[in-house]
Design a protein around this ligand. Structure first.
Ligand code: AMP
Ligand code: ZN
Length: 473
């Protein structure tokens, strides 16, 4: 069986055939670390996690790179306002990002290159573009001449002659309006007082697009297999990456471009700039289970279909419980010798579910359909478990299948964590009750002392309008 993915460039399903035999190289655009990433960002990171996990089942080796954009206009603005250097400005957001990855059981990439650590590679790439005669300078910034790149616009469908209609001809911002293709900044000049690097191409800092070209090529080679992001990355970010990379190397850059649809809230894209976002931490503190959040974001809709946050968490919680309860039930079950006839007999319900799961995943990662096949099997086997014992061979096959499914789904370790942490010990409950009493009596010092004791036990307490809420760190 072959894995096929939808390729944004050709607008078709294409089989994944790694350039290097048995080794798939994947680059995924990472977070801009100026604030905590929101669950919309995590929908994209989770679709990439599912892709990574399924590739690992299909190929001997996967190398996954995700960048951290740790220099950018908003970061610089915040750093200047708070008097931090760049590293101390971004450190808490990078830590928060890794914490959220763990909360959602996202497999770590093999490399998390930071833009600030690849300035030399970016400068070298811009020099190659200078040599290829596709750049120009204006007020010490360096721009890419999109009219020098005839294929510009092929990925996004944005017409390069939008340049004329747009007027002005150049943009310094890294993101700009759809349908308005313009020469973009590769290198932005910086004054002596501003944050920047002194380099052979002058003092300044990189544009966003050059970061991803330089870091992906440094870690994965000039041509690699799969490049992912959310659909908002198609234009201008990925269009510009292609232009820079191909103009510099004269080689194909990426084989397959994969883009995930957005997470919406009340029908609108969740975005920091719109203020309609929630973070993983906020949702979990508000009572959402990480397992359900993970399931919702990866399986409530196919990754190329928009998903509304509002109406899908409840159903996701039920699906996770159905899967986890079935897994626990099978694990606890004692099979009956000889119940399935021949030793080694294959239970067709299990093998059909297994095949259907794999076929749906191979068909552009259709996880909702893949889980449909698993739930059909669960319904039928639950009836059988109600009626008596399963045979040993069937039992073993189900256990293997659950393991294989969760290797992609990744919810069982989260459910285990949640169930283990869902109860307070009597001592912990006593501390929490004492704190409630102290607060009611307005004994703030005592309440703070009890909060510290709870923290020592690994429990964080928030005071909300509805009273104390707690969670384990
Ligand atoms: P940023 O930190 O803004 O560069 O975004 C990081 C990743 O999240 C990018 O791949 C974006 O495409 C993706 N993204 C941003 N907003 C959403 C959203 N509402 N739903 C899904 N993905 C998103
Ligand atoms: Zn990128």
């Amino acid at each position: 069986m072959a894995l096929r993915l939808h390729d944004t460039m050709t607008r078709r399903l294409r089989e994944v055939i790694p350039l290097e035999d048995g080794h798939v190289r994947v680059y995924t655009c990472g977070p801009t670390v100026y604030a905590r990433a929101h669950v919309g960002n995590f929908r994209t990171f989770l679709f990439e996690d599912v892709l990574r996990r399924w590739l690992e089942r299909r190929f001997a080796r996967v190398t996954h790179v995700m960048n951290l954009t740790d220099v950018e206009d908003k970061i610089i603005r915040n750093a200047v306002a708070s008097g931090h250097d760049l590293d101390s400005e971004t450190a808490p957001w990078i830590a928060a990002f890794f914490e959220d990855l763990d909360t959602l059981n996202i497999r770590r990439a093999h490399h998390y290159p930071r833009a600030t650590e690849y300035i030399d590679e970016m400068v070298a790439l811009i020099e190659r573009l200078d040599a290829a005669d596709v750049t120009y300078r204006s007020e010490d910034s360096v721009y890419f001449h999109i009219s020098s790149f005839p294929q510009y616009g092929r990925l996004s469908g944005v017409r390069a002659d939008g340049l004329v209609a747009g007027g002005g001809g150049r943009v310094d911002a890294d993101e700009y309006d759809k349908d308005d293709a313009r020469d973009f900044a590769l290198w932005k000049a910086a004054g002596d007082e501003e944050i920047g690097w002194d380099t052979r191409i002058g003092r300044g800092r990189p544009g966003w697009h050059i970061e991803c070209s330089a870091m992906s090529m440094a870690l994965l080679g000039e041509s690699f297999d799969i490049h992912c992001g959310g659909v908002d990355n198609i234009f201008p970010h990925h269009e510009n990456e292609i232009a820079q990379s191909v103009a510099a190397t004269r080689r194909p850059f990426v084989q397959i471009w994969c883009h995930g649809a957005h997470l919406n809230i009340e029908g609108e894209k969740m975005a920091k700039s719109l203020g309609n976002f929630a973070t993983v931490r906020e949702l979990v503190d508000g009572g959402a289970r990480p397992s359900a959040l993970r399931y919702q974001l990866i399986a409530a809709a196919h990754y190329r279909k928009p998903l509304n946050y509002d109406d899908t968490l409840h159903a996701a919680t039920e699906s996770v419980d159905r899967f986890a309860d079935f897994s626990a039930r099978v694990r606890a079950h004692t099979p009956r010798a000889g119940a399935d006839g021949e030793p080694g007999a294959v239970d067709t319900r299990v093998s059909m579910a297994r095949d259907a799961f794999a076929a749906a995943m191979d068909d552009d990662l259709n996880l909702p359909e893949a889980m449909g096949a698993i739930f059909t099997m669960i319904r039928s086997l639950n009836r059988e478990l109600d009626g008596g014992a399963l045979g040993g061979a069937t039992h073993a096959q189900i256990l293997t299948l659950i393991e294989e499914v969760d290797d992609v789904l990744g919810v069982l370790p989260l459910v285990e964590r949640e169930r283990a942490g869902a109860e307070l010990t009597p001592d912990e409950q006593a501390l929490l009750d004492a704190r409630e009493a102290a607060r009611a009596a307005r004994q703030w010092a005592e309440s703070d002392r009890l909060r510290a004791s709870l923290a020592e036990a690994g429990i964080a307490v928030d005071d909300t309008a509805a009273g104390q809420r707690w969670h384990r760190f």
